[in-house]
Design a protein around this ligand. Structure first.
Ligand code: ZN
Length: 157
């Protein structure tokens, strides 16, 4: 199996069986995101403990395989991490999707980086970039409480 096949395999797996597709009990932060170009919708729920560590993260939504796989991988990776580390991972991921060839942060283990790199293929398909980044922008919005509902139509990515 080559790298491209491995990436496709991971995306298909997460797209078909999304992790953390549910609503967190007693969440204390949440936000919604909508990508009208594709019809993807996501609602991200976060439960931060008193030390601002992600005790639980989950999402509800519907959309294409890329958007679901991306949300699934994201929730898997940020669970258990500190809020500030989550922000660094999000910004690193968005940079990778936009312009870089690899994940640079050392907050993630190699196998976790591999999961994120699966989504790097969307770079060649500008329409799909918003599918891949939707849940990540929504997570940022939930943490910052910047907007209640984000709409990718108004964003660069
Ligand atoms: Zn989509």
């Amino acid at each position: 199996m080559n790298l491209k096949e491995l990436y496709q395999e991971i995306i298909l797996d997460h797209g078909k069986n999304p992790r953390n597709l549910r609503k967190t009990d007693n969440f204390n932060k949440d936000a919604k995101g909508h990508n009208p170009l594709c019809g993807d919708k996501v609602h991200v729920y976060l439960k931060l403990d008193e030390n601002k560590k992600v005790e639980d993260i989950s999402f509800e939504g519907e959309g294409c395989a890329i958007s679901m796989a991306s949300a699934s991988i994201m929730t898997d990776l940020v669970k258990g991490k500190d809020e500030k580390d989550v922000k660094e991972i999000v910004s690193d991921f968005l940079q990778m999707i936009k312009e870089k060839d690899e994940i640079q942060t050392n907050l993630l283990k190699e196998d976790e980086k591999t999961k994120l790199m699966c989504l790097s293929g969307v770079k060649q398909f500008p329409m799909r970039v918003k599918c891949a980044t939707l849940s990540w922008h929504t997570l940022t919005s939930a943490i910052d409480r910047s907007q209640n509902e984000i709409n990718t139509e108004n964003m660069d990515l």
